[in-house]
Design a protein around this ligand. Structure first.
Ligand SMILES: [Zn+2]
Length: 107
């Protein structure tokens, strides 16, 4: 039996975007009623945040403090909940809606 332990990865060796992507892997996303999504983060002490699509900007908006403060400074900012929700939407799209033939038929 191996007793050596894996060295923990030092977070500071990653860029901020990579750190957010790594943390996003531990966020569970589900559909919210009546619209949007709920991101549940175990790493934030079990906090849940509501995300929805801003109809004007066509971008996801999150209710967490990180997004509210840093999103003001940089409109393209994506918090870890947005990263997780984009992955969730992408997977659902590929599983349920993606159909390459539909584009040809519509043309
Ligand atoms: Zn957020």
């Amino acid at each position: 039996m191996r007793t050596e332990r894996k060295q923990p990865v030092k977070m500071k060796e990653f860029t901020p975007a990579e750190q957010r992507a790594a943390r996003a892997a531990r966020i569970e996303v589900s559909e919210a009623e009546p619209y949007g999504w709920i991101a549940h983060s175990e790493t934030d002490g079990g906090g849940s945040y509501h995300l929805f699509c801003d109809p004007a900007a066509k971008r996801l908006v999150c209710t967490c403090a990180d997004f509210i403060f840093r999103g003001d400074a940089s409109p393209a900012y994506e918090c870890k909940h947005i990263s997780a929700t984009l992955k969730y939407i992408g997977r659902r799209y590929l599983e349920h809606d993606y159909n390459p033939r539909r584009h040809r038929q519509a043309a």
